[in-house]
Write a protein that binds this ligand. Structure first.
Ligand code: NAD
Length: 522
């Protein structure tokens, strides 16, 4: 019953409580469609964030294991690339239905290893599942172009896979972010080496099992583990042609630079500080609920969490009501009935978040709601931080300049919308932004002038569904953007264009002499 999902390659049972696991099992690799124990000498302990009990040990994959994953993917590529696209599409249909069947099991693994509530973990799975569903439409998404460019001559373009590609994932969406890569990379004909976060690889392991069951041939998806050392191997391995990274600026800027310098295509989604501007003419009840949900859901550990509030004009007076609503959120173990937010990922993360709250106090801000030191009765050893609201924040303060990645909302005020827009645009990040207003004209103005790449109008977390792409900008995406995840851009990322120009003369050539000049006729 209490087998950690991450290591129960075939077990259908999954945990439904935070009870201690008596004999935790090590997380295996996934290589050639088999779960294989690692020969690693270094292991990373993974603890349940609600209790800090050991759940599993994650290997720091050895050089030999990493090389084996590359060899397996290289070997699988020619066959997988040349298989009919309808066969790849069929695998995707099955993958989608298996994810649905295993939805609760995936979510349980997430709650156990990552800490978010079971209901929220189900959303984590769904948002990834939707990318797999969209990938089922590959037969119309990958078509090329053809043009008759001269008499008897035509040029055609084809989208071909890149070969072996890799994905490096963060801890905060253990199912959704692997699913930003697995379906699109494989359905387009690539072989993928995926490195889940070493802090919660369980959901990715279950996804690998389901991908095998769905019919992915051996080597098309391999899973390796570890932290910086594994990442360096991926960055330097010549056979790996492209890297998908999602995570912090610190790791992502390094990965983008080193991966690009090694000639690889890199997409890298990074950190954020997402603002909401609240105008006094908005639907107040909707706005306040949306803000509380988006700031504190998943304990603020979403890249699109709403973490900075800009109250415009008289809306400032609503801050105590936001605190009142936040106070009533149920902070508890993620498997507990009615839990609104769970713990943060690690004791170090809790310490860091609480230090940032302290820095705000030291710099003269007001702690309107203080979640430091919060301990749910049943979980005294967990990494809990209660909802925290900091007011009178100024842009120079550390709590504003830093991505906190915890259940902390920093609040600023401006007299006008113009000043709110200036303030938000001055922030280096550009992931998401929201405005709450009752005026279409005001919303239109905001939409035009605001720089962040994903704008919500009365929508607190405007993550586009997979028929669009995830379009953060500025410091929230490496390399000036463009290499977006999922949607049409996602298919482009995992493919390269081949053009073929052909000439089939409909009559005998008449000229006896070869021409050496480039054609000058149109
Ligand atoms: P992280 O950068 O610490 O880890 C992400 C991955 O990089 C992990 O697989 C990790 O093993 C690896 N890594 C970490 N440090 C490394 C280093 N020094 N060298 C090489 N590899 C390294 O990120 P995290 O804490 O797991 O995730 C949270 C961050 O991810 C937040 O900043 C959040 O905003 C961001 N995020 C962004 C998006 C987005 O789409 N923009 C989505 C989710 C999360």
């Amino acid at each position: 019953h209490l087998l950690p999902a991450s290591v129960s390659a075939t077990a259908q049972q999954y945990p439904t409580t935070h009870e201690k696991i008596e004999s935790p099992r090590d997380t295996p690799h996934f290589l050639d469609n088999e779960f294989i124990s690692s020969k690693a000498s270094q292991w990373i302990d993974l603890h349940d964030p609600a209790t800090n009990n050991l759940v599993t040990r994650v290997p720091q994959s050895t050089e030999a294991e990493l090389k084996a994953a590359v060899e397996s993917a290289k070997k699988a590529f020619p066959g997988w690339k040349s298989i009919s696209i309808m066969t790849r599409q069929q695998v995707m249909f099955k993958f989608v239905s298996l994810i649905r069947e295993n939805w609760d099991r995936l979510a349980a693994s997430i709650t156990l290893e990552q800490g978010k509530t079971f209901a929220d973990a189900k959303g984590d799975v769904l948002r990834g599942l939707q990318v797999a569903e969209a990938a089922c439409g590959i037969t119309t998404q990958i078509t090329g172009e053809v043009l008759e460019v001269a008499k008897d001559m035509e040029t055609r373009s084809y989208r071909e896979p890149l070969g072996v590609v890799a994905a490096i994932c963060p801890f905060n969406f253990p199912a959704m972010i692997p699913l930003w890569s697995i379906p699109i990379a494989t359905v387009t004909g690539n072989c993928l080496i995926l490195k889940p976060s070493e802090r919660d690889p369980g959901a990715a392991m279950i996804l690998a099992e389901l991908a095998k069951q769905a019919g992915l041939p051996p080597g098309v998806l391999n899973i390796v583990h570890g932290s910086a050392k594994t990442v360096d191997f991926i960055l330097d391995e010549p056979a790996i042609k492209a890297i998908s990274f999602v995570g912090s600026n610190r790791a992502g800027e390094y990965i983008y630079a080193r991966g690009s310098a090694n000639g690889k295509r890199v997409q890298a989604n990074l950190g954020a500080k997402n603002h909401a501007a609240v105008l006094p003419d908005c639907n107040k009840n909707h706005a306040l609920n949306a803000i509380v949900g988006a700031a504190f859901g998943a304990a603020g550990q979403r890249c699109m969490a709403l973490s900075a509030l800009v109250m415009v004009g008289e809306a400032e007076a609503w801050l105590p009501e936001i605190a009142e609503r936040a106070k009533h959120l149920n902070v508890n173990g993620g498997f507990e009935e009615g839990a609104d937010l769970g713990p943060v990922i690690s004791p170090q993360s809790k310490e860091r978040i609480e230090a940032l709250i302290q820095s705000a106090e030291d710099e003269g801000a007001t702690i309107l709601l203080d979640g430091r030191g919060y301990k749910p009765e049943k979980y005294p050893n967990g990494n809990f931080v209660g909802p925290t609201i900091i007011t009178n924040v100024k842009p120079h303060m550390e709590c504003y300049a830093t991505e906190i990645f915890g259940p902390v909302l920093v609040c600023l005020s401006t007299p006008t919308l113009d000043e709110a827009i200036d303030l938000i645009n001055t922030n280096p990040y550009g992931n998401g932004v929201a405005i709450f207003t009752g005026s279409g004209a005001t919303a239109g103005r905001f939409q035009r002038d605001i720089e962040a790449g994903q704008v919500g109008i009365n929508v607190p977390i405007p993550v586009p569904l997979p028929m669009f792409s995830f379009t953060g900008n500025k410091a929230s995406i490496a390399g000036g953007g463009g290499n977006y995840f999922y949607g049409e851009a996602g298919v482009r990322f995992y493919t390269q264009v081949k053009t073929v120009t052909s000439l089939w003369r409909s009559e005998d050539a008449v000229l006896r002499r070869a021409s050496v000049n480039m054609p000058t006729n149109s």
